[in-house]
Design a protein around this ligand. Structure first.
Ligand code: PLP
Length: 533
């Protein structure tokens, strides 16, 4: 053993050299600053061609600058999402309080699996989960939960609890030949199909209920479907409500769903399905739950207040849920991964408990402090709790109210501006969120009339094809002529969630997740639509 080389290695990579680390960090920050002067998007073109051919590993030990150099081209080639022109997705820039939390976490690298691996970090998870639970359930006595790798995994926990409710001990015995089904909204996120596949009930056993024009699950069809499934002998494990659909921000009526589930299950002598709420995209409107819309202390535009009141009324439904998914890395403006799965009543999680004998190396484990006894994951990062508590206490409740209200306000302004154009039509006028989905048709077409004809059944899918291809072609035309310095980035969806007479509606889409996006961006967006003609 070459002791001198080992010592050198330890000194370089395992002893904290504050000056060098600060210097490199400063360089990375300078690169971000430089990036802010350039148009958003492709800072550097990709090179997948040789990514697999040349997977390099240096032969000789280097230093921290080698580490920097190994990643720098990819760092520089990655968009940081801080530009106010980004409207294309449910992805905002992370806030810098979250960065402080994330860096603190990375410096200690705690593992949340058991508290002997992370000491006080598990306490922080309990705090973060409880803070979020109080915000979303509003009245709850015994919430509990964990941070997961993302909304998909949080939803998977919800699905799993439902399966354990209708097929007790499925964890050990499997589905045991029972036909187990789940119900989702037709506008739900595809992660529900992912979990149905991965949990073994099968995507074919996931039943999607069409939505109304506000992209909320149709309650009459939910009730009908439940009765049909029960009559057919199926065990309905879960119903997933969506609080804020990804494209159009549709919000399901959770209180009404709860009443329907209990009634139907009782009539058929069945166990009430687990009611999970996928609020990955929509949960942040809960910051406004207690906002006084009469005194209006933050001076929110009076025209935006009805949306806030609607959001408040819908958010009150969440307390009827058994569990919720929230993605802090979306509109919490936090870092990945920080998604939380939260149950309203902690005893529900007992359905997932392992015996201490099943996890021999955690023999001293205690369920309250050692989530590894029930989590899907073994090792679990603490980024979630650190970014959440740093953000919540940096930005504060009123800070979040301002941010969320601003996003809703900008969406409202864009909706109004688009509605003034005959050849355009907003498809989610009623939903109180930060997203806008709409049509742009050629001059001379009456977009509102076309939508009305689809809704009345006068236009069949085949007749719609021409209009839909016009909508897409105009979107592509704008993409091709985008002025990178001035024009907002939008996206296109082939199905925004509402399907009148079974016809999926394509749409242009803008999402106001960036707090720096202002009316000047909207002015220019409207001009860019007018210039297309
Ligand atoms: C984004 C999203 C998900 C998936 O969350 P990830 O964190 O990306 O895994 C699930 N549901 C909804 C409604 C979403 O918007």
């Amino acid at each position: 053993m070459d002791r001198a080389r080992l010592d050198q290695l330890v000194k370089t990579f395992f002893v904290c050299n504050r000056r060098q680390i600060s210097e490199i960090f400063d360089e990375l920050l300078s690169a971000m600053e430089a990036e802010a002067t350039l148009p958003p998007g492709g800072l550097m073109s990709r090179n997948y061609e040789t990514a697999q051919a040349n997977p390099e590993i240096h032969t000789l030990p280097g230093n921290l600058k080698d580490a920097r150099d190994a990643v720098f081209p990819f760092f520089w080639g990655t968009d940081s999402w801080y530009s106010k022109l980004h409207l294309e997705n449910v992805k905002g820039p992370p806030n810098f309080a979250s960065l402080i939390g994330a860096l603190a976490c990375l410096l200690k690298n705690p593992n949340l699996c058991v508290d002997t691996y992370c000491l006080r970090s598990n306490e922080l998870e309990v705090k973060a989960i409880t803070a979020l639970a109080n915000l979303i359930f509003y009245h709850t006595d015994s919430p509990w939960g964990v941070f997961t790798m993302g909304g998909t995994i949080s939803n998977l926990y919800g699905g799993k609890l439902g399966i354990e409710k209708v097929v007790p001990h499925a964890m050990r015995d499997g589905l045991a030949g029972h036909r187990v089904v789940g119900i989702v909204s037709g506008a739900a996120h595809y992660s529900n199909a992912t979990l149905a596949g991965w949990l073994g009930i099968g995507t074919g056993n996931l039943h999607a209920i069409p939505t109304d024009r506000a992209c909320a699950m149709r309650l009459d069809l939910l009730e009908e479907t439940l009765h049909r499934l029960y009559r057919d002998g199926a065990r309905v494990a879960f119903v997933m409500a969506t609080f804020g659909t990804t494209d159009a921000f549709g919000i399901d009526d959770i209180a009404a769903m709860r009443a329907i589930l209990e009634r139907a299950a009782q009539q058929h002598g069945a166990v009430t399905p687990h009611l999970h709420v996928d609020a990955a995209a929509g949960w942040t409107v809960c910051f406004l739950t207690e906002y006084d819309t009469v005194a209006n202390p933050l001076g929110i535009d009076p025209q935006t207040l009805p949306f806030i009141q609607q959001a408040q009324q819908r958010a009150a439904g969440i307390r009827h849920a058994d569990s919720v998914t929230i993605d802090f890395h979306k509109m919490g403006w936090g870092h990945y991964p920080s998604s939380a799965f939260i149950v309203n009543r902690r005893q529900d999680l007992a359905r997932l408990f392992r015996n201490v004998e099943d996890v021999p190396y955690f023999c001293e484990a205690d369920y309250r402090h050692d989530p590894a006894l029930f989590t899907l994951e073994c090792s679990r990062p603490a980024i979630g709790p650190y970014t959440v508590m740093a953000s919540l206490n940096g930005i504060g409740l009123q800070g979040y109210q301002l941010l969320v209200a601003h996003a809703i306000d900008m969406a409202r302004v864009l909706k109004e501006r688009i509605e003034q154009l005959d050849y355009c039509k907003v498809l989610n006028l009623e939903t109180p969120g930060p997203t806008v989905v709409w049509w742009v048709l050629p001059h001379g077409r009456n977009a509102g009339e076309i939508l009305a004809r689809i809704e009345s059944g006068a236009l069949q899918a085949a007749d719609c094809r021409r209009y839909f291809s016009e909508i897409q072609r105009l979107f592509e035309k704008r993409e091709a002529t985008l002025d990178l310095q001035r024009d907002a980035r939008l996206t296109f969806t082939t199905a925004m969630g509402y399907t009148p007479h079974g016809i999926p509606l394509p749409a242009w889409k803008a999402v106001f997740y960036n707090p720096q996006t202002d009316e000047s961006v909207i002015d220019r967006l409207i001009s860019s639509i007018e210039e297309l003609m």
